[in-house]
Design a protein around this ligand. Structure first.
Ligand code: FES
Length: 133
């Protein structure tokens, strides 16, 4: 009996190998944020001067909250990758594609997403803002 016959005799096929490798890695709800480390000059992003303003840079959404903090999470929704938006009135990130919501730390507060958005460290030094994580 050769290897192919042996594998076939125990019910193993190329299809079962695909299923076995796909179980853990083919889930739709597994989008994660990029690893980044960049610095911006706030004077070039006037949207970040006002509460509720936000910009997308390098796969990250950077937003200014009503308490004047700058926060940053992965821009791509963890459900199917649409860009989330910052909603200052609810102090949350919202995905317009299917309605998922995330708090300012990126935690899911409403599905269909079930995986948090990656949160980044934001360090402000005058007009220089470093985003990394
Ligand atoms: S892509 Fe965001 S909720 Fe579906």
């Amino acid at each position: 009996m050769d290897r192919k016959e042996f594998l076939s005799s125990i019910g193993f096929s190329a299809a079962s190998l695909f299923v076995a490798t796909c179980v853990g890695s083919c889930k739709k709800d597994s989008v994660s944020g990029p690893t980044v480390d960049f610095t911006i000059d706030l004077t070039l992003y006037p949207a970040l001067n006002n509460a509720g303003g936000y910009v997308y840079l390098n796969g990250v959404i950077i937003a200014k909250t009503s308490s004047a903090n700058l926060i940053a999470v992965a821009a791509a929704c963890s459900h199917e990758g649409a860009n989330v938006q910052y909603q200052n009135n609810n102090n949350q990130f919202y995905c317009p594609r299917h309605g998922a919501k995330f708090n300012t730390s990126g935690a899911v507060t409403q599905g269909p997403a079930s995986t948090p958005l990656k949160q980044y460290t934001v360090t402000v030094n005058g007009n220089s803002v470093r985003i990394n994580g």
